[in-house]
Ligand binder design. Structure first.
Ligand SMILES: [Zn+2]
Length: 236
């Protein structure tokens, strides 16, 4: 553990401030956090007060569309200290390897109180925080509806930031720029949003990309063959 912490501290930030692909984020003041709607957090869930009205609306809409308890908060605000432990426990491999799926301490969107990891219930044959979640009806509903409540998918498939596709990780930026609290949230994520736009999630999660070229136009019909005259043997 100590060796890992030293290693993490030794990784220098890039010119855009990112460490191992992740932008830096400060810890939210504890007084700005509130409890998520009752029954939402699987292990407790605290979020920024500004996000709460939209989160309440989201949970109510999901309960109506999918059934009560269909979406749950797996992880919400995480302090920098908590994130240090999450990163240290983030699987095998090098520091760079684990940074693909876990942000180093001080570089997680969860630290801001604006990010939530959503789990779906029921979820047969697909553990939480696995990409298979994207194929569930609940995740498809999330992709179609989260933007209505001011959330965007921070790490869409194939993101150039180099972070693993996370169909469960959503950050709140407000429904519109002038929604209460949205300006502050958008300021916090300004760098990330400018460099690596989040996905609005307004398409089905499993897209089919047609790589083949369109059919070429038909060629013009060849000119009709002229009948050859048989060479005359009488000709000189
Ligand atoms: Zn997350």
């Amino acid at each position: 553990m100590i060796a890992l912490l030293l290693l993490q501290a030794a990784v220098a930030a890039g010119p855009d401030g990112r460490v191992l692909g992740h932008f830096p984020y400060g810890d939210v003041a504890p007084g700005e956090l509130v409890d998520a709607p009752t029954g939402f957090g699987l292990h407790g869930c605290r979020v920024r007060a500004d996000m709460l009205p939209d989160l309440q609306g989201l949970v109510a809409a999901a309960d109506t569309a999918l059934g009560p308890g269909s979406i749950r908060g797996l992880s919400c605000h995480r302090s920098i200290e908590r994130q240090r432990g999450v990163f240290a426990g983030g699987g095998q491999g090098t520091t760079e390897d684990r940074a693909i799926s876990v942000a180093p301490a001080g570089h997680s969107e969860h630290t801001t109180g604006y990010a939530i990891d959503v789990a779906v219930r029921p979820s047969p044959n697909c553990p939480d925080i696995e990409a298979c979640m994207a194929a569930t009806p609940q995740a498809r509903w999330l992709l179609a509806n989260m933007p209505r409540f001011g959330f965007e998918l921070s790490f869409p498939p194939g993101n150039r930031q180099g972070v693993k596709w996370e169909p469960w990780h959503w950050r709140w930026v407000g429904r519109t720029a002038d929604a209460p609290g949205a300006a502050r949230a958008r300021f916090v994520f300004a760098k990330a949003r400018a460099a690596f736009p989040a996905d609005p999630g307004l398409y089905p999660p499993l897209r089919i990309v047609v790589l083949s070229q369109p059919e070429p136009p038909p060629l013009p019909a060849p000119p009709a063959k002229k009948k050859r005259r048989k060479p005359s043997s009488s000709r000189p």
